[in-house]
Ligand binder design. Sequence first.
Ligand SMILES: C[S@@+](CC[C@H](N)C(=O)[O-])C[C@H]1O[C@@H](n2cnc3c(N)ncnc32)[C@H](O)[C@@H]1O
Length: 287
Amino acid sequence: MEINQLLKKGVDMIKDRKYGNPVLEATMVLEELLNVDRVHIYTHGKDGVSEDVVNKFMEAMEKRSKGYPIQYIIGRKEFMGLDFYIREGVLIPRGDTEILVEYVLRYIDEKYGDRRVNVLELGIGSGAISLSIAHYNRKAKIYGVDLYSTPLEVAEENRIRLGLDNVSFYRGDLFQGIEGLNMEGKFHIIASNPPYIPSEEMDSLQEEVREYEPANALDGGEDGLAFYRRIIPESKDYLIDGGLLIFEIGYDQGKRIENMMMSEGFKDIKILKDLQGLDRVVYGVME
Ligand SMILES: C[S@@+](CC[C@H](N)C(=O)[O-])C[C@H]1O[C@@H](n2cnc3c(N)ncnc32)[C@H](O)[C@@H]1O
């Protein structure tokens, strides 16, 4: 079969999905299977494709037609200009999370310049946040914690692929993960994109997320704020004086999390919006 014919077949199989981009997605899968770039696919439409590739492609399109996320099919996702390996069991990193990473990088640059800073990330997933900070600031020392084995395995694989030696990952329930490291009062920054979807909204998420992404990366308890409620007071034991606590948040959680931080004594609390104009990040300084 020719590339063009195969692509058309694939697009037809997934074109009725509500979320997605059928031509792009079918092309991405073929790029991966043929190990060529997009331009090659578009300029070699008449080339023949082996039966093995046809079978694998059809299998992938079949999965995609049932809502299986394209990023799990191709096994990667770009984040902050870096290529992250991902698989089922870790959250697919979202573009909006780059807002938090960009803020942290700018903050380190402006406040600490070339000095070494310690950063703690709680809930690492694929390692997207920790590893991007580590990649773009080689002087920073990053500690990343997750409670589950798949994120820890995937993040470590990404650390190796990106060749970073300024990041270490630990297993545990939030701050328990770094117990015994003697890091109390030593973090310049604590960052987290914790699970923040209210439990009762889990069933109404789009199929791609609801059926295939890990619930323990998404479910933030009854009102979605369970993790903030734990992290905000505990972070005070681990931050330096003047240290920064920064979160990704749900679009309607800004005010409530700001209030929680205020009542724990955090100062200079600000909310950053995403490209859609929705609350996305909140941060504050411990005095
Ligand atoms: C929303 S995901 C964020 C993943 C990644 N940081 C990102 O932004 O793509 C939340 C992460 O928190 C982890 N997590 C959930 N409960 C946790 C706990 N009690 N302690 C540590 N990590 C936890 C999940 O496994 C998941 O990787």
